[in-house]
Design a protein around this ligand. Structure first.
Ligand code: IFM
Length: 758
């Protein structure tokens, strides 16, 4: 169990927000932050994917909806409250295997009454509309009256602890009595998206109901039902809170009625039955996604935590939602979707749960209209995906932020971080290459590719003097440097993407010429455009050093003062060097992997020597101020045979939230670093890559103190099992397949296990 759990052993209210993030329960449809019922300190969160609103906020943001979790327990007139009672025992444990949060506490009230509580909570994966909690209660030293007060709180706001940004995003439309049970229906201000939460308290003990009397109230924006009971000292009592949620996004006629019906059905099925079904779904998810690490418990729990959070954040049942940078775990980055999804998380889904990968890519297809609008607004053609995206694909990056003194700071990423377009097209090919899903490529991927290429065509600038195409005034992945010209990451991927579009045009002409005809019509494209694309692709400028070995992150980068990192903190991460009176942006220090990121994404485009030289150069200048960075350096280090930092970067990534090493776990999970953790394990330690001839290649290296690492991946409808030990590699496939191990080719027969010794 230890290797499947995340535990909190001590209660300190200052840590509540962090643990609420770590203990969030989510099923991709929705996320409920792991707030403890018995405290008011923290930042509650009920997010349903796809529900965004702007109204009085700075930009469109994910809506923190009415809170259905609240349960107050009173012993006579004393409320059970962590801050008012003496905490005699405390333990919280997230079982990642089951997707269940367990809480065990013993509290003594100010009048000396001791109560023992064992609680469970889950957000169902079996039926995404259901969630539930169970409370086992023992009055330790008293017999007497206890009240159970269940509340749905409609007073919730976003940014509740940030006075300048506090905003309410919904109206409470209806509060109702489900007799028994309560309901609250809300609707967002801008788009009038309705959400209904209904809950019911049940006291289903061996001898039946323990509730004596019930009272229902509507208190302003809160729905409330209270039950009284007489509890006997030393006896065990069980109370359940069942919850059901529907929204108008579910395309159901009457969501209030549906919610009541579903609550009855849930009551009939019962808590335990739903929990078992939920656990069974998690078990099957784990069969797809687990990575076993033997010989390093911290790494084992760490990697599972990241896999768990990725799987929790996605839902294949809705192709109009994607995973936010902070998952369904908090309001950080306003619930916006970044390149984090395609570049960091998607590989995990492509290789373990391809249906989810497709749904995530469909979100981009379904937001193409917004991307077209972005291009138009900024004076370009085609489709320009937003750097930060919400429900429509429109650019929602805030234009301004504020520094500590309240001084406005212009945020340029939404204006200049163009590489998002190619991050998406890159992901489309990654998906297609691993799944062979032609239907997706023809009906959706192709349109994205053509329209984003049309954008590049209008965005590039021709430099007559140098006879080359340039992309100027951009921000690359390294966000320390703004308004730069010819960022290699941006230019190289745009060039790669244009080439892919041209290849695809040739391919579709043979495969299904009608599709191309229709698309040319729809997107106003013709052969002259394709000719222009060819020229742009050939003449795209890629800055390098004079000897061609070092890639210059952007034009002029090598002329800036070179300040190297020489000091590291106790975790081996860089400390700020002396800037010698310069601003960061005036130095070669970078925030996160940029050139190295490119060499990982397009590994086959760069020689081993180029990778090595660039890794060495940029590692000394990368501050890893984004959680997206260390994983990329871990993978590249292993690739170029410099393994001395690989484990350190891996642990930094997998423990990003568990150790809160970016200091902002309070605001949500770091989803990209969840994805980076998977990539480091599989592409770094597993050494998985795909050759130019599209054969899987494994070149594993695992840290000396690991005994073995085992995982599964899906490759073109075949599941491949890989076990890496210090002295050998064991591989097995569910269909006959070809794999390379350290560049030697093996033809696996169906279900045959091969062992390659090192
Ligand atoms: O997308 C990232 C970006 O690369 C660095 N800043 C945080 C963003 C969201 O995670």
């Amino acid at each position: 169990m230890k290797l499947w759990s995340v535990e909190q052993k001590k209660y300190t209210s200052i840590d509540n927000k962090k643990y609420e993030t770590l203990f969030t329960l989510a099923n991709g449809y929705r996320g409920l932050r792991g707030q403890l019922e018995f405290t008011k300190l923290g930042q509650k969160g009920n997010f349903i994917a796809g529900i965004f609103d702007k109204s009085s906020a700075q930009v469109t943001e994910i809506v923190n909806l009415q809170d259905p979790i609240l349960l107050n327990i009173y012993i006579d007139d004393e409320i059970i409250d962590m801050e008012q009672c003496k905490v005699l025992a405390f333990n919280r444990r997230l079982s990642m295997l089951e997707g269940v949060l367990y809480t065990a506490i013993e509290l003594e009230t100010r009048k000396g009454k001791i109560i023992n509580l064992k609680c469970e909570r889950f957000v169902s994966r079996n039926n995404v509309h259901r969630w539930a909690a169970k409370y086992e209660i023992v009055p330790v030293n008293f017999t007497g009256k206890v009240f159970f007060e269940s509340v749905i709180d409609g007073t919730v706001t976003n940014s509740s602890q940030d006075p300048m940004n506090l905003a309410k995003h919904f109206n409470v439309d209806e509060i109702f009595d489900v007799k028994p049970g309560i309901g609250l229906k809300s609707s967002t201000f801008d788009k009038k998206i309705s959400a209904v939460e209904t809950t019911r308290l049940l006291a289903d003990n061996d001898f039946g109901n323990i509730f004596k009397s019930r009272k229902y109230n509507m208190l302003a924006e809160k729905a409330r039902e209270v039950y009284s009971s007489i509890l006997t000292q030393g006896e065990l009592y069980t109370v359940y809170k069942l919850g059901v949620s529907f929204t108008s996004r579910d395309k159901i006629k009457n969501i209030t009625e549906e919610s009541k019906k579903e609550l009855d059905a849930f009551t009939v099925d019962g808590y335990e039955e739903e929990k078992e079904a939920h656990k069974a779904v998690w078990q099957s998810i784990w069969n797809d996604i687990d990575i076993e690490i033997h010989g390093d418990d911290e790494a084992q729990v760490g990697i599972r935590f990241n896999l768990y959070q990725l799987a929790s954040s996605a839902y294949e049942g809705d192709e109009k939602i994607s995973i936010a940078a902070k998952g369904l775990h908090g309001e950080g980055y306003k619930g916006h979707i970044f390149w984090d999804t395609e570049t960091f998380m998607l590989p995990f889904f492509i290789y373990t749960r391809p249906k989810v990968a497709k749904a995530l890519l469909m979100y981009r297809y379904n937001t193409l209209q917004g991307a077209r609008k972005n291009a138009e607004i900024s004076g370009f053609k085609g489709a320009r995906y937003p750097w930060e995206s919400a429900d429509e694909g429109l650019e929602v990056t805030p234009k301004w932020g504020f520094d500590y003194d309240g001084k406005p700071v212009r945020i340029w990423t939404g204006d200049e971080e163009f590489h998002i377009n190619s991050d998406i097209t890159f992901a489309i090919f990654e998906y297609y290459r691993a799944t062979g899903d032609k239907d997706f490529l023809i009906n959706y991927g192709l349109e994205i590719l053509l329209d984003t290429t049309k954008f590049w065509q209008s965005r590039v600038e021709y430099n007559k003097k140098e006879d080359r195409y340039e992309i100027n005034g951009v921000i690359g992945p390294d966000e320390f440097h703004e308004h730069v010209d010819n960022n290699v990451f941006t230019n190289f991927l745009a060039k790669w993407s244009i080439k892919k579009a041209l290849d695809l045009v040739q391919w579709i002409k043979k495969e299904d010429a009608l599709v191309l005809k229709k698309l040319c019509n729809k997107l106003s494209l013709n052969e002259l455009d394709f000719k222009a694309w060819e020229t742009i692709e050939k003449k795209m400028y890629i800055p390098t050093s004079k000897d061609g070995k070092l890639i210059e992150q952007f034009e002029g980068y090598f002329n800036m003062p070179s300040i190297e990192i020489t000091k590291f903190d106790e975790n081996g991460m860089p400390e700020w060097p002396d800037f010698k009176g310069l601003k960061i942006a005036e130095t070669q220090l970078i925030k996160q992997a940029d050139v190295v990121q490119l060499m990982i994404m397009l590994g086959e485009e760069f020689s081993d020597n180029v990778k090595k030289e660039n890794y060495k150069y940029y590692e000394k200048r990368t501050m890893h101020k984004s959680s997206l960075s260390p994983s990329m350096y871990s993978i590249m280090g292993i690739t170029v045979g410099d393994t001395h930092n690989a484990y350190k970067y891996f642990m930094k990534t997998v423990l990003t939230d568990l150790k809160d090493n970016q200091g902002n776990t309070d605001f949500g999970i770091h989803s990209a670093s969840n994805g980076g953790s998977w990539q480091t394990a599989i592409m770094g330690f597993g050494g998985l890559s795909v050759d130019k001839d599209e054969v899987l290649n494994l070149k594993p290296w695992i840290p000396k103190h690991w005994d073995e690492m085992n995982f599964n991946i899906n490759w073109r409808k075949t599941r491949i099992y890989v076990s890496i030990r210090q002295d050998k590699i064991v591989v097995k496939a569910t269909n006959s397949s070809k794999v390379k191990i350290y560049n030697d080719e093996y033809n696996l027969k169906k279900d045959e296990e091969i062992t390659v010794t090192r």
